[in-house]
Design a binder for this molecule. Sequence first.
Ligand code: FES
Length: 87
Amino acid sequence: AFQVELRRSGLSLQVAPGQSVLQAVAAAGVGVLSSCRQGVCGTCETGVLDGVPDHRDSILDDDERAAGDCMFICVSRARSERLVLDL
Ligand code: FES
């Protein structure tokens, strides 16, 4: 499990191992548009303000992965204990 802070919403939440960040964010009452939920369409793109994403999408190239300033929260997780998202 890891922590996610939604900076604009002022919320912090825990993402359980079997849960996506998208599911955790939705459960906290914050709406994020999504479509494929498989990391291929790009709809759920979310800005990353702090922390290191564990990219599991099929969209970003290596440079974008390394930059770590956005992620697709339907599939991607965290390498750090905590992520701060622009939500
Ligand atoms: Fe399609 Fe996340 S919903 S990439």
